[in-house]
Design a protein around this ligand. Sequence first.
Ligand code: GAP
Length: 456
Amino acid sequence: MAEPRETAEVTMDKIVSLCRRRGFVFPSSEIYGGLGSTFDYGHYGVLTKNNIRERWFRAMVLERDDIVAIDSAIILHPRVWEASGHVEGFTDPLVDCRTCKLRFRADQLDQARCGRKPSKHPGETPDCDLTEARQFNLMFETTVGPVQDAGARAFLRPETAQGIFINFKNVLQLARRKPPFGIAQVGKSFRNEITPGNFLFRVREFEQMEMEFFVPPEDAEEWYRYWIDARLTWYVDHGLRRSRLRVREHDAEERSHYSQGTSDIEYLYPIGWSELEGVANRGDYDLTRHTEFSTTKLEYVGPDGERYTPYVVEPAVSIERILVALLVDAYDEEIVAERERTVLRLHPLIAPVKAAILPLIGKNEDMAGKARALYEELRRRHVVEHDDSAAIGRRYRRQDEIGTPFAFTIDEQTLQDDTITVRDRDSLAQERIPIGGAGAWLDDVLERPWKTPKGD
Ligand code: GAP
């Protein structure tokens, strides 16, 4: 049986290496030398991201009656970003070093490394020659249409939220909603971050999942607390240890220009406690600004003539930050039968593959036939994998590393009594079940609540 290695420290390097080795995530444009901090997702990365997105959408939209979905354009009218405050205020202070030619965030020099002496911070060596700080807008600019004049200037959205606000009236009228109600959106956002890094934690292109919840102003504080709790519970339900999560409320100076209150749900990443998701009370800032800039009134008018501009409570997160947190929390190393194994103890609903179907001896035609038939049956309902290559131990190890929670093994006994072995990824316990009941067994086990064996 397995002996957990208490000292196994989970570093970002281990996660990066596993993701690459097993085809979750690759550095992008690698054959051209790479483009720093951009990534491409391989098969298992795509499947895992799909699961995260599906679970979020299920919890935020499908399992509720008060939230609807939207999918707005990435390139919006440039005035949207004036109204939102992004043209003026979505900036970070930047300094250049004339010596090493690197750029740094002026407010985070203590976390950056000098380009020539990485043991020092920028500005700490006599060679460092830093410019004065200047404000750098994080929005990516582009031009719309064939003419590159000022009128054609547009931006790639830095958040999905504004696509929701500008559709407020459409949803209010056409989806016949009244506050409290929400609009949810999932899609790519783009930020020209000065210092991207830490694998997928801070990237320039990421997939945001945001929900804007419109409420009567007097109820905003209550809903703000409600969404902090709801989102925290979602993480624990999807396998993160509670002890690795905390809520940190921003003080007034730290808050964004639109915010009346913001809390970060933080995770203890290998880089320390850092923002996983933000929950903000945006007040009536966005609807008021878009009313002003577009001259379209964005307000709620009740059946008795009462009218007000709703406040907005927003939980906002990226799939990338969730993916890194889930991988870090799931990663484990242990010794089994005197050999080391690496295992991803992912929640079964998040794991890219739900079950592996393995004939013990791939070359045995009877075993191979039964394994193939089981695979064909199960793949109609779940993402499953059939693998008849290499020794069984190596196949188990491969599945452990991609986090497959269950393995069905077809062996000699199957040929006699039509039972198969089920191997549990975490406990390594094995049980025998009838081959004909494997589909129902898998359906059933995937429905059950799951808790990480790594503790609280
Ligand atoms: N609409 C509000 C908003 O965009 P934010 O705190 O700037 O607020 C929300 O971003 C979430 O988006 C963050 O909590 C984080 O999960 C994710 N996020 C932001 N910048 C990111 C980046 N450069 N790379 C990956 N995820 C990012």
